[in-house]
Write a protein that binds this ligand. Structure first.
Ligand SMILES: Cc1cc2nc3c(=O)[nH]c(=O)nc-3n(C[C@H](O)[C@H](O)[C@H](O)COP(=O)(O)OP(=O)(O)OC[C@H]3O[C@@H](n4cnc5c(N)ncnc54)[C@H](O)[C@@H]3O)c2cc1C
Length: 541
């Protein structure tokens, strides 16, 4: 199937009957659910963009299997030009929603593209699992699917491994196998947008602890597979929601939910890691090895959001006449300088990109990853600056209804306006937008999203240190100590984008997180009754 339209996406959702609970009731048809209407429309717009002549060249490429135009988010770049096309595609999709849809279809499309590139890792379990990874990428691409993903086990008790939880099936694990596939039971903590997606992908993130091999399962299945249930959180965009009063939260609510798997059968052709002994050791290095396939999408989303915040802060300051004050200029300058650093990294990782040994072009170096690790602080700072520039201005912004009232409007026009030349409507709309993205519960969720969406920022940063090739830095110090006399100075690299080797110190890493932060098997915990564990106590990496 060629790249889909928004209407085709909605029709596909209508045919599916996932078990979704929202606000204490079962949602019979997600396409008719009022709370999901606007986000569904936003996703449909992203699909429509693929067919729009203005964007088609960037947003699609020729499928290697069908010859049809398919989404560029599935492209495996084999030249710099293709990498540029992928970057343009990710940025276009992020610009559509100012970076407020973190989990539009392109994120998971890039993710499963990474699965196909990691085929040799999955093949370590069984050769057919490697083939499954490649076939699934093709399947998602040719059907232009929208996926959610479920990586994290519910928190419950983080001091224990999955097998040590009070009930062995609190965390999602393998119960057993049948001729049809593996059977899984338990829960995964958060799937953003799950009710509006068509498939759910599962892979543990952050490291599988020793003794938890039965929980090291990786697969993707249709969202309405029997036995799966999704319970949504309370909406951050309650209805009715005026577009004027809530310009972005009325459109881009990304619903999150917990997923419960009640003896769900995962067909063999969808299994990439099966939870048998040794499965943890297969999963643990995967993110570090191929995580960069989502880097472009992540960077594009953040860049769009930073551009939006800089524009907002600048206009907001201007509309109340504060841009002449030194500290305001300093704050706006701070935001703009962060923006330019982000742009330098975004385009720099592309400029220094090189083909890997398999001929695949990925972003160059570790700059993208390094910048990403700082984005929670940068985002929080942007929110803080917008709030400190706005002062109490948020709280005397009348509603759309007040502006429509002939009795109230004259007062609003007179007293709620901005500096000369800025009408009340202009000032109010800017302050509404600013509160929507810094103060509303929609804004709070977004800030928490930026902090946590790709894992625990603290353990991720520590993992960056552990993976980093520190040898060349150590050499500099050796030279400073006079221990390299007679050796010539290294000339700066002609290949600055070459990815430093992934080199975890032996036994020191588990996935992206330092192994030392994994709960240890000191307590003899319960094990999934039918599941298989290797019972090892050493680091599985
Ligand atoms: C808005 C939002 C949307 C999300 N969407 C998705 C999604 O679509 N799919 C998905 O899979 N996930 C999603 N996530 C979940 C995200 O992957 C996790 O929040 C993230 O991986 C961190 O895990 P956690 O929330 O369980 O926090 P925890 O790991 O429970 O951490 C909580 C706190 O405890 C500390 N801590 C816990 N364990 C340790 C340890 N062993 N060592 C040291 N410190 C520890 C942490 O540092 C942190 O301070 C989303 C999260 C948010 C906020």
């Amino acid at each position: 199937m060629p790249a889909r339209s928004g209407q085709q996406y909605i029709e596909s959702l209508k045919r599916r009957k996932p078990c979704v609970y929202l606000g204490g009731r079962r949602v019979v048809d997600v396409t008719e659910e009022p709370i999901l209407q606007e986000p569904m429309r936003a996703i449909a717009e992203l699909y429509d963009m693929q067919l729009d002549p203005a964007y088609r060249e960037v947003m699609t490429f020729c499928s290697p299997s069908s010859g049809d135009p398919v989404s560029t988010s599935f492209l495996v770049p084999r030249s710099r030009a293709e990498l540029i096309q992928k970057r343009q595609h990710c940025k276009l999709r992020a610009d559509h929603n100012f970076g407020f849809l973190g989990r539009g279809p392109d994120f998971m499309n890039c993710f499963v593209t990474g699965w196909s590139l990691a085929k040799q890792h999955f093949a370590r379990g069984k050769p057919e699992y490697g083939e499954n990874a490649v076939r699934y990428h093709e399947f998602a691409r040719e059907n232009d699917l929208f996926l959610t993903h479920m990586l994290i086990n519910p928190q419950i008790d983080r001091s224990r491994t999955s097998a040590q939880q009070e009930d062995p099936f609190l965390h999602l694990g393998k119960v057993g196998e049948t001729s049809e596939g593996i059977v899984v039971r338990g829960a995964k903590m958060l799937g953003t947008m799950a009710p509006l997606t068509e498939e759910v992908a599962v892979i543990p993130y952050g490291g599988v602890a020793p003794g938890d091999d039965a929980y090291a399962v990786t697969f993707s299945i249709p969202i309405d597979t029997p036995g799966m249930k999704f319970i949504c959180r309370e909406t951050v965009s309650p209805l009715p929601r005026s577009r004027f009063d809530h310009p972005l939260s009325s459109r881009f609510e990304e619903m999150d939910c917990i997923a419960i798997f009640e003896d769900v059968v995962v067909p063999w052709e969808r299994v990439l890691v099966d939870g048998s002994p040794g499965s943890g050791a297969i999963i643990n290095p995967i993110f570090a090895a191929v995580g960069s396939t989502t880097e472009l999408q992540i960077a594009a989303r953040m860049l769009s959001q930073m551009e939006f915040f800089c524009g907002l802060a600048t206009k907001l300051a201007d509309c109340i006449g504060i841009t002449g004050f030194l500290h305001v200029q300093e704050k706006l300058g701070e935001m703009l300088s962060y923006l330019e650093i982000a742009r330098a990294v975004f385009y720099g990782t592309e400029a220094t990109a090189q083909p890997g040994p398999d001929g695949v072009w990925l972003s160059g170096g570790l700059g993208g990853r390094a910048f990403h690790l700082h984005t929670p602080q940068i985002y929080a700072r942007f929110v803080e600056i917008v709030q400190s520039l706005a002062g109490g201005g948020f709280f005397y912004a009348p509603s759309e209804a007040d502006l429509l009232s002939p009795e109230i409007r004259p007062y609003v026009d007179k007293f709620v306006r901005g500096r000369p030349g800025i009408s009340a409507e202009e000032r109010v709309s800017l302050f509404k937008l600013a509160w929507d993205v810094t103060g509303e519960s929609f804004a709070q969720r977004m800030q928490q999203y930026v902090r946590f969406y790709s894992g625990d920022p603290i353990r991720n940063m520590a993992g960056f240190y552990l993976q980093y090739d520190k040898e060349p830095l150590s050499e500099i110090v050796e030279r400073a100590l006079g221990r390299r006399e007679g050796t010539s100075l290294p000339i700066s690299s002609e290949r600055p984008g070459a990815r430093p080797r992934y080199r975890p110190p032996p036994g020191a890493m588990a996935g992206a997180y330092p192994a030392g932060t994994q709960p240890q098997s000191t307590v003899s915990g319960a094990r999934p009754a039918g599941g298989v564990t290797d019972g090892s106590t050493g680091n599985s990496n």
